[in-house]
Design a protein around this ligand. Structure first.
Ligand code: SF4
Ligand code: SF4
Length: 220
């Protein structure tokens, strides 16, 4: 499971960097390396692009995992050049940007947009699998999430547009409910296909979401 990111346009990054002269670049050795948005190659490329807009890059570092609690220690290793910078340009997902922002007493600029949490289907190809809705129904949909697999995010389907097992929105893709049907049928659980699911209860989707894990509780 990875945090999937996409590079922001350089024009947008340049606008963010406009008030600053000395820039330190931080990458991430985990998800952003896998998605080729914040690994060593992309950080070195970003260094050149930042220099092209007449900024001084004081240094760069690809942290092993930008979002974890070791990020602060990683940044301490870079202290000299990082302290000298006016801001940090972070090439990680939003979780990494949050982590860096909490540890660093200077402006932090994200260089990437965080798109979704996904699984890698083949090298370099990622598919969204979960919208973190807090009301998981995978147990009755044979492990396929209709919120992310269906173009309309339907809980009950298919819609009237499904055609020959394909999705009406994108005919290259199988309809999510055809996939659910096929898998439930293979599991001998087709009765679940007839179950009408109630509308989602948005009261359980409080923002910001929080979870507390304790030895005394069964769930989170
Ligand atoms: S139903 Fe879908 S979006 Fe909700 S928790 Fe399960 S996999 Fe995630
Ligand atoms: S055809 Fe299937 S996947 Fe596409 S929008 Fe309709 S129900 Fe969803």
């Amino acid at each position: 499971m990875k945090s999937i990111t996409r590079a922001k346009p350089m024009e947008e990054i340049a606008e963010y960097l406009q008030p600053f002269n000395r820039i330190y670049i931080l990458g991430c050795g985990t998800c952003a390396t896998m998605t080729r948005t914040g690994g060593v190659d992309q950080v070195v490329q970003m260094k050149e692009r930042v220099q092209e807009i007449d900024k001084w890059v004081t240094g760069w570092l690809v942290m092993p995992t930008a979002c974890d609690e070791m990020a602060e220690a990683d940044m301490e290793r870079a202290a000299g050049n990082l302290d000298y910078a006016d801001c940090a340009l972070v090439m990680s997902c939003a979780m990494g940007v949050h982590r860096v922002s909490e540890s660093l007493q200077k402006p932090v600029i994200p260089a990437l947009d965080t798109l979704f949490i996904g699984l890698e289907e083949e090298p370099g190809h990622f598919r969204e699998v979960c919208d973190q809705c807090g009301q998981c129904i995978l147990g009755e949909t044979a492990g396929i999430c209709p919120l992310t697999a269906c173009h309309k995010g339907l809980l009950n389907g298919p819609c009237g547009g499904t055609d020959g097992g394909k999705c009406e929105v994108d005919s290259d893709r199988d309809c999510a409910f055809t996939q659910i049907y096929d898998r439930l049928k293979a599991q001998g659980r087709l009765d679940l296909m007839r179950r009408a699911r109630p509308a989602r209860d948005y009261h359980v989707e409080l923002t910001p979401k929080r979870a507390i894990f304790s030895d005394n509780e069964e769930g989170g």
